[in-house]
Write a protein that binds this ligand. Structure first.
Ligand SMILES: [Fe+2]
Length: 387
């Protein structure tokens, strides 16, 4: 685990939180040189009516909406990014306002690279720290409580031409403004609330045990864990529970800042591999694999996990296995309440795919930050248990 002899910390994204704030954040907009934003969301949201209030708020702030782009399908892909960037340039846009979940935000973040600097998205910018200078203003308005993309330096895109997922990681990719409006998350169905919430929890737990953690990321990760353990089940049981929605939205953004600095570990390594091989939803895979990832790190993280006791709701005697069991219990409860899968076989992963998944997981970039060396043979054993 981190010795924090040296670390850096900064949150360049300005964060504003409030009920209904998505329909009026003019005071915050005044901070940025933007006059003609491109409005970006997916089809589902376009039909939800939430966009109307956001559009009106932007117009009342004196902005002119350069264009609206609703063709963001899943997965977020290089092709869609290029289409959005082309459209933004055609419409003479000078900024982006993106409303949606992680995929939609990642599309807009990547399109902003092309709008600002031009060039070839994959050849010039895939990888880490490749963007030559600041990007045009981007406002991110999350409608799920999970990815934390509204504050992170990363975008993940599917490249159709190579059939692979590509990462884009750069300081300049962090949005300028994150608008957190819990009212926008009220309509999220129970299953998606659970899956995205488990993604947030995994970010926080893995940031907490990362070799790159520091006292600042620790504070955020620890509180995010507390918030998820307290609010996720209530948000799944009653989607209109505004307190629970507030807690989850706060948690996901805090976890986002935490892992943006500390990074994630073996659970995400396995999840990325499961996504690539079996096309499983990111949050769902994390929900299945988090207790197993924690089990993998059990011996090297025992003290660190036990430190979380009060945050995960344990008041009495506690050891490392009690903590892991508490996480496993949460997943079981979520299965009962909304059918969230608990095993890899439940999400159409075939047993003969496990060696390939183990191999990809062992090569995943996140393994560098895991507190225990990620061994392919050990991961395969773990995946067989998770199957
Ligand atoms: Fe994640």
């Amino acid at each position: 685990m981190s010795q924090f002899n040296f670390f850096q910390f900064g949150v360049p994204t300005h964060i504003v939180f409030g009920e209904g704030v998505a329909s009026d954040f003019s005071a915050e907009l005044a901070r940025f040189a933007m006059k003609r934003p491109m409005l970006v969301c997916d089809h589902f949201l376009r039909e939800s009516g939430a966009i109307g209030a956001i559009r009106d708020g932007l117009l009342q702030s004196g902005l002119h909406i350069a264009g609206e782009f609703f063709d963001v399908a899943h997965p977020a892909s290089v092709r869609i990014v290029k289409e959005l960037a082309f459209e933004a340039r055609e419409q003479n846009a000078d900024s982006f306002v993106v409303i949606g979940g992680g995929s939609v935000m990642d599309v807009a973040k990547a399109a902003n690279i092309l709008l600002t600097h031009g060039g070839d998205l994959v050849a010039d910018y895939s990888g880490a720290q490749t963007i030559p200078g600041p990007l045009k203003p981007l406002v991110a308005i999350p409608t799920t409580a999970g990815t934390g993309s509204e504050v992170t330096q990363a975008a993940v895109l599917y490249d159709e031409s190579q059939g692979v997922k590509l990462s884009f990681v750069d300081d300049y990719l962090r949005p300028h403004l994150a608008v957190l409006d819990p009212l926008l998350t009220l309509s999220l169905p129970p299953f998606l609330t659970a899956a995205t919430g488990m993604d947030a929890l995994t970010h926080a737990v893995e940031a907490w045990t990362s070799v790159q953690s520091n006292p600042f990321s620790d504070a955020l990760a620890k509180h995010a864990i507390h918030l998820v353990m307290h609010h996720l089940l209530p948000a799944v049981i009653d989607g209109d529970d505004l307190d629970a929605r507030k807690g989850m939205l706060t948690a996901s953004t805090m976890a986002g800042v935490a892992f943006d600095h500390a990074m994630v570990g073996v659970t995400h390594a396995m999840t990325h591999a499961v996504e690539a091989v079996a096309h499983v939803h990111h949050g769902t895979a994390n929900a299945i694999l988090l207790p197993w990832g924690m089990t993998y790190n059990r011996d090297v993280c025992a003290d660190r996990y036990v430190e979380l006791a009060s945050r995960v709701g344990i008041t009495g005697k506690c050891d490392v296995d009690t903590i892991i069991q508490q996480m496993r219990q949460l997943v079981v409860e979520l299965e009962r309440k909304c059918g969230l899968p608990t095993r890899l076989r439940d999400v159409n992963v075939q047993k003969d795919q496990l060696p390939k998944i183990a191999s990809l997981a062992a090569q995943d970039g996140t393994t560098v930050y895991n507190p225990r060396e990620v061994d392919e043979a050990e991961i395969l054993k773990l995946l067989e248990q998770a199957w």
